[in-house]
Design a binder for this molecule. Structure first.
Ligand code: DQA
Length: 140
């Protein structure tokens, strides 16, 4: 199974950024653990702080992989372009968030991606990504 994990802006700072909210593990450390735990999965990982680059990546993997785990970070709440890309591509996208966005500021309660996502997993720390992966594995 080929799974793409796509992270949006500021998620390159995981481990150093607002550790009270996002934890102290870097995404690379977490990804290494995930790869060890699920050797049967072929992962590609992409992070960008640039909206258009995220759209390019969604288009690129959107016809070639089995599923996408997408944390569009702040663009979740603002980007019609990313929402349109999620709608356009053929493979299922699971929207994830590390923090419970609904327990935070109101601007984070709105997701442009959710209406076109297969499902959303929010608020379980980095485990949100693993839960999304398990959903793809169960439904394969
Ligand atoms: C986030 C939540 C977003 O509101 C925020 O802008 C992020 C991270 C999360 O994973 O909890 O950068 O997507």
């Amino acid at each position: 199974m080929k799974i793409a994990i796509i992270n949006g802006p500021n998620l390159n700072l995981l481990g150093k950024r607002e550790t009270n909210i996002y934890g102290s593990l870097s995404f690379q450390e977490f990804l290494d653990e995930l790869k060890n735990k699920y050797p049967e999965v072929s992962f590609t990982y992409f992070q960008s702080n640039v909206e258009g680059e995220l759209i390019d990546k969604l288009q690129k993997v959107g016809y070639a992989y089995d599923g996408i785990i997408l944390n569009a970070a702040a663009y979740t709440h603002t980007s019609v372009g990313i929402a349109d890309a999620v709608k356009a591509i053929e493979i299922p996208v699971i929207e994830v968030h590390i923090s419970n966005t609904y327990s935070r500021e109101e601007i984070r309660h709105q997701s442009y991606i959710a209406p076109n996502a297969k499902g959303i997993i929010i608020g379980f720390g980095l485990q949100s990504y693993e839960l999304a992966l398990q959903s793809f594995l169960i439904n394969k």
